[in-house]
Write a protein that binds this ligand. Structure first.
Ligand code: IVH
Length: 641
């Protein structure tokens, strides 16, 4: 080692910077230092005293690669599993011990920052998860990222680079969104331009330290000078409330969030849960579904559905949401109004959740006037009944709103054009339409009675009806308006039974065997079709229902005629794979327990729950996992032999 040259204390900033760069390179890049660490630090301190912002001070450590060079991650940077509703969140949280850490999911760019010998060595984007892009030069210029750490152990800090909204809005020019702008900025080659963009960094993970909880990681990162992402310990009972609190304060944040991240706080539990190749099992992102807007609830109207459910619709102060002005929001149902403790004049958050109608997502401030369920139907005046989460009008035949909804549903489903709400109301009032079969009895002359109706339009409307005198079975089933007999269920039914007669003859016990036909839906369908016997017969006088080809399981498989249902967790394979194997061998997979179920397979992990009790009661054969696997192997051998 050589001593520092005499008189070095009198060097100016430029000379100090040059010396620091030279010795830094000798130490880090050439592995051949010529001055002691002590002397090197004296040079650094001297420069810091003269020019604390000198770029040479942030460039300490090994020379970075060029911007964009590939950087292999020490450990893969995974993505997060997602949840969209409270139920799946609770299911996930039931898998581990201890509390959860809640952080906002920042809509930015993931970044890994490695430190070696106490100095920032490499910073990289997530890239493929295995290999990212080198962004060291720019990350070293960020105020939120310390150039040195008090520890010389190799450690890695991961987090999100983002552009604050205030900085984004101050930009002049055409920038799509903060995230893309941040991604572009990170690639700037000019350090002055880069710094002017004002990117920030939130730390959410520390790797390479011996630590026991997520909360301690945040403390550590903060003690090193990082801005730790907002974090809070929550109990599993409070996850939904925690999420709603973020929804409520979303508009006050200076960064965009697209969800809330929950993690198991204890690292021993994290280790136990492990990860798939895509995402860790100990963390989940509860996603915000679309943009949200805060407004005030002023009134509640009750709209009448096809099935007589009175649904609350919130009338709110007009507010802009994804470009459109919103004045009405769905409040789901009466149960939700109660659960959220909603009252009039409450401050609420509306979110689009992918659909057209925005939903009530969270309550920010309670209101002052209680919401009471209606005691009569707003359409027909019949007494309304509250039952559980729902309020009902039990007067289907005499309720104008329900009649119109049934007609409208039929016309929309079988695709009869030209019969919007206004025409349906007129035709109902004129006594020409009461139920769907009436469409087919309409004649041009009936329509000509109405104002502003000419022969051309009347002819068109009747043609539109005539064009729908042949209806495919799945469409016909869906058009009947049985609750929950939607597109998918109607298709499944049609493909299994082929003809309307066969569908009408099916029992609930048989329907339970169909994919996704839980017991409840099976019963609803059978009851719903029976209740509509008269409607179906009347429609058949005018409509030809075309059958569909029955989709059969591969015939003649060794498991033909045997149905299986799974409960608890299989140790040997995924449930979906076991189900595929059963089907491939000619068996069927049931979706609920019934007397006609062949076997209930109880996996050897986790809890069996209510299916097992029901199956025992119904006298269904119970197979443990080992016996099931043997049966499967035998069947497979039969096919191969
Ligand atoms: S924890 C497995 N916390 O979301 C990764 N990630 O799909 C666990 N993200 O690319 C990361 N905010 O960059 C975590 N508070 C936060 C986050 C967050 C944003 C990003 C992360 C990753 C993506 C996961």
């Amino acid at each position: 080692m050589e001593p520092l040259p005499a008189g070095w204390q009198d060097w100016d900033a430029a000379r100090l910077a040059a010396a620091i760069r030279e010795h830094n390179a000798r130490y880090w890049d050439e592995n051949a230092p010529t001055i002691s660490d002590y002397d090197f630090d004296r040079l650094v301190e001297a420069l810091r005293a003269l020019d604390p912002d000198a770029p040479a001070l942030t460039a300490l450590g090994p020379s970075p690669g060029a911007l964009g060079d590939p950087v292999e991650h020490t450990r893969p940077m995974l993505s997060l599993d997602k949840a969209y509703d409270e139920e799946s969140l609770h299911k996930w949280a039931a898998k581990f011990e201890g509390d959860l850490v809640m952080t906002p999911k920042i809509d930015g760019l993931a970044c890994s920052i490695r430190y070696e010998g106490g100095r920032l060595a490499v910073a990289a984007t997530r890239g493929s998860g295995e290999v990212g892009e080198d962004v060291t030069i720019n990350v070293r210029l960020m105020d939120d990222v310390p150039a040195t750490l008090p520890t010389t152990d190799p450690v890695e800090v991961r987090g999100e680079i983002y552009l604050p909204l205030s900085a984004f809005h101050a930009l002049e020019g055409d920038f799509a969104n903060p995230r893309n702008t941040a991604a572009g900025a990170l690639k700037h080659k000019d350090p002055v331009r880069f710094r002017a963009m004002g990117l920030r960094f939130f730390a959410y993970d520390v790797l390479g330290v011996d630590i026991d909880t997520e909360m301690h990681k945040f403390d550590l990162a903060a003690s090193w000078g990082f801005a730790a992402v907002e974090h809070e310990l929550v109990t599993r009972e409070n996850v939904q409330a925690g999420y709603e609190a973020y929804v409520a304060k979303r508009e006050q944040l200076d960064f965009e969030i697209d969800g809330v991240v929950f993690k198991a706080n204890r690292l021993d539990e994290q280790a136990r849960l492990g990860a798939t190749s895509h995402h860790p099992r100990y963390a989940i992102a509860y996603k915000l579904q679309g943009e949200s807007a805060t407004t005030w609830l002023r009134d509640v109207e009750w709209s009448v559905s096809r099935n007589g459910v009175l649904t609350p619709v919130g009338i709110v102060e007009p507010v802009k949401l994804s470009g459109a002005t919103v004045t009405r929001i769905s409040l789901h149902n009466w149960g939700l109004v109660q659960a959220k403790g909603l009252s009039l004049n409450a401050q609420v958050v509306a979110m689009r959740r992918g659909g057209v109608i925005p939903y009530l997502e969270a309550v920010v401030e309670p209101g002052d006037t209680p919401i009471v369920p209606p005691d009569h139907c707003p359409s027909c005046g019949a007494a309304a009944e509250v039952e559980g989460d729902l309020v009902w009008c039990r007067n289907p035949a005499g309720c104008r709103a329900q009649t119109i909804a049934v007609l409208s549903h039929y016309a929309k489903t079988v695709d009869i054009e030209g019969f919007g709400q206004v025409w349906l109301e007129k035709l109902l009032d004129a006594g020409l339409l009461h139920w769907p079969p009436d469409f087919y009895r309409l004649k041009p002359i009936d329509l000509l009675e109405f104002e502003r109706m000419g022969e051309v339009l009347a002819g068109k409307m009747i043609d539109a009806i005539d064009a729908r005198r042949v209806v495919a079975l799945p469409t016909f089933l869906q058009a009947l308006g049985v609750k929950d007999l939607g597109k998918t269920a109607a298709r499944t039914l049609a493909e299994r039974y082929g003809t309307l007669e066969a569908v009408r003859a099916a029992t609930a016990e048989q329907l339970v065997e169909l994919p996704k036909f839980a017991e409840l839906l099976a019963n609803r369908v059978v009851d719903g079709l029976a209740e509509r016997a008269e409607l179906i017969d009347a429609l058949l006088e005018h409509v030809e229902v075309t059958p569909v080809e029955v989709v059969t399981a591969p015939a003649g498989g060794p498991l033909e005629g045997q149905s299986f249902l799974f409960t608890a967790t299989l140790a040997a394979m995924k449930r979906a794979d076991a189900e595929d194997k059963v089907r491939a061998l000619g068996g069927t997979v049931a979706s609920g327990v019934s007397k006609s179920l062949g076997f209930l397979v109880v996996g050897s992990e986790g809890k069996a729950g209510s299916k097992l009790q029901k199956a025992e009661k119904a006298g269904v054969t119970i197979l443990d996992e080992a016996t099931f696997l043997e049966k499967l192997a035998e069947a497979e051998a039969e096919v191969e032999g």
